[in-house]
Design a protein around this ligand. Sequence first.
Ligand SMILES: Cc1cc2nc3c(=O)[nH]c(=O)nc-3n(C[C@H](O)[C@H](O)[C@H](O)COP(=O)(O)OP(=O)(O)OC[C@H]3O[C@@H](n4cnc5c(N)ncnc54)[C@H](O)[C@@H]3O)c2cc1C
Length: 134
Amino acid sequence: MFSGTAHSAYDEALNYARERIQGGRPIIEHQNIKLKLFDMFTAVEAARSLSRRVWLYNASQRAAMQPPALEYSIASKVLGTETAFRVASQAVQIFGGNGLTKEYVIEKIFRDARAAMIEDGVNETLALLGATRL
Ligand SMILES: Cc1cc2nc3c(=O)[nH]c(=O)nc-3n(C[C@H](O)[C@H](O)[C@H](O)COP(=O)(O)OP(=O)(O)OC[C@H]3O[C@@H](n4cnc5c(N)ncnc54)[C@H](O)[C@@H]3O)c2cc1C
């Protein structure tokens, strides 16, 4: 769910950067925006890869009548939510002041991403539980 949140923040920022004109050209043509977008793309793909791999692994565990590997699920939740927050924050930066208005959905994505590090278990508490299983 939260690698999807990260992905939606990236998509919104990419589309906005293509449309927003500043300095006489779409802001996607400015190098600082390009670098940010590629960093966001990389982070989203890393979080998606881990969550899919963990899902497949735990599905195979279930098929083999074995318990799920909880530490991998926790790693995926923590990385996914922290990626969602970081990418949504970068997206808000790309939107500038518009990113803080309710006119653009990125404002809501950012709030949802922030809540994700608290809901379904605070990330620090989950990490402590994960650590006991290493
Ligand atoms: C958007 C959202 C949706 C939610 N949905 C649900 C839901 O559907 N069902 C449900 O049951 N709950 C839900 N919750 C509640 C959520 O599970 C709790 O908010 C979460 O578990 C944290 O509990 P808390 O808010 O009481 O914080 P606290 O437990 O008071 O934690 C506050 C801070 O203290 C730290 N802390 C707490 N205990 C310790 C400790 N022993 N050692 C060190 N540090 C500690 C935490 O890491 C955190 O930083 C939701 C929360 C949010 C934000």
